[in-house]
Design a protein around this ligand. Structure first.
Ligand SMILES: [Zn+2]
Length: 452
């Protein structure tokens, strides 16, 4: 403990003895998770024994049973499954070929976007029309777009230091372009992946259709292929041939997996969570296996340290974040119906990298309270409380019941190299970084439980 931290703490308005007590508890939490934590081992099981786990898939069912067992092993007082309907989207076989001028057909690496319809196993071939932005596309008359493949060559902005800003900016090209192109009679859409990577890895992710227009296919290619396509198009005519079988098949029941340690003082609830589903490529390690195992680690640390929590601490492994967010909606709907009071919810869904901060989506008054705790977090590398975002799964709690939200904010520089790709694997996660994220989550939950 050093004088500088005490000085910060006093400036921040924490009383001297409280600060000392809390900093001792922070260290205990950190030691427990860094020395004995099982998050990394759990992540290995989830990613290697089960693998990716899209909503409605067999692997999601396996992950459900796995999460139920892990929450019991971690010492939850109560574990249960909460039913929710989810969409079942299936990728199937897919291929894409490119022909530049009179050259021969060349195979391309790509991924259909999530929720996209395919070509029903038939070849769909057309000439490519490139645009660099939506603004440029909006200016084109339908006669120019008709029967063409539209290539949105929009680049992930490198000037944002926080890559989530770049993601927010570029992901609209993934989400909305198919229907815009369909409206003007185009055959299908191809986008430059929403990726910071300097490689040829394609990134999938959710897209949405406007029901008013034809559901044309939407696919993504990696940055290197996008560069090559753009270069070829400047020289002359390029034709693409797509054959895919993806599509929305049905709806079925999946489950949120929930475990809690009951509050010793009251029945108010603190939610800690991540999402159990992932895209159907890679292993869903950073997105969001990390958030799941960190959340379980929070419960485990409270139990191991014998912390007498005032409120109920509820760990939620949410269903269907990636292509529907139904799990989050269902949980909030039921919590509201049961008149449960939720004092706080935190989600980890930004990767298992070194934690840098905690993002706060709550009233100014509450933000000021958390900011007073900042000196306690500093020794653990947590300094940034400037973000104003919680998480997709916990958002309905704010929407329905004004619950104060928080999101773990890890270093974001690598995340969008691998997000929603075959590269999001266990090997990309560092044990210490993952465990430090769990430490920060347990620490803020400890503070909220004690003071709110
Ligand atoms: Zn995620």
């Amino acid at each position: 403990m050093n004088k500088v931290f005490f000085a910060f703490a006093l400036l921040g308005g924490l009383c001297f003895s409280q600060f000392k007590q809390d900093s001792i508890q922070f260290k205990k939490i950190s030691d427990e998770i860094l020395l004995n934590g099982l998050a990394y081992n759990h992540l290995r099981e989830l990613t290697k024994d089960i693998g990716h786990r899209l909503s409605g898939s067999e692997n999601y069912d396996k992950a459900t049973i796995w999460a139920e067992n892990k929450l019991r092993e971690a010492g939850a007082d109560k574990v249960w499954l909460q039913e929710t309907m989810v969409p079942v989207w299936v990728r199937g076989k897919e291929s894409l070929k490119m022909k530049i001028g009179n050259e021969s057909w060349k195979e391309m690496v790509f991924l259909s976007l999530g929720n996209s319809e395919g070509t029903n196993g038939k070849d769909v071939e057309a000439e490519v029309l490139m645009v660099n932005s939506l603004e440029e596309f909006e200016k084109l008359p339908a006669s120019v777009v008709k029967d063409k493949i539209v290539f949105f060559n929009y680049k992930f902005r490198q000037d944002f230091v926080q890559t989530f800003w770049g993601y927010g900016d570029a992901s609209k090209y993934r989400v909305v372009t198919a229907s815009k192109v369909a409206e003007k009679g185009g055959k299908f859409v191809i986008i430059r992946s929403v990726s910071t990577g300097v490689d040829d890895v394609p990134h999938t992710g959710v897209m949405r259709y406007d029901e008013k227009f034809a559901k044309i296919p939407a696919i993504a290619i990696g940055n290197a292929s996008a560069d090559e396509l753009a270069k070829s198009l400047k020289k002359g005519k390029v034709v693409l041939k797509l054959n895919s079988n993806c599509g929305m098949k049905a709806e079925k029941v999946n489950y949120n997996v929930i475990g809690e340690i009951t509050g010793k003082k009251d029945g108010k609830v603190i939610v800690v969570g991540g999402h159990l589903d992932s895209w159907d490529v890679g292993e869903g390690a950073h997105d969001d296996g990390a958030g799941i195992v960190q959340s379980i680690a929070v419960l485990s640390a409270f139990k191991k340290l014998g912390i007498q929590n005032n409120h109920t601490i509820r760990i939620i492994c949410y269903a269907n974040e990636e292509n529907g967010a139904r799990g989050g909606e269902k949980y909030a709907e039921i919590a509201k119906k049961e008149n449960e009071i939720h004092v706080f919810a935190i989600e980890s869904d930004a990767g298992g990298f070194s934690p840098r901060g905690i993002s706060l989506d709550m009233s100014e008054e509450k933000i000021k309270e958390v900011e007073k705790w900042a000196p306690l977090f500093l020794p653990y590398g947590i300094y940034d409380f400037s973000g104003r975002y919680g998480g997709v799964d916990i958002y309905p709690l704010k929407d329905q019941m004004q619950t104060p939200l928080a999101g773990l904010s890890p270093d974001s520089q690598h995340y969008f190299d691998i997000h929603h790709t075959p590269e999001d694997t266990f090997e990309k996660v560092n044990k210490r970084e993952l465990h430090l994220g769990a430490v920060a989550m347990a620490q803020i939950v400890y503070m909220v439980d004690k003071y709110w």
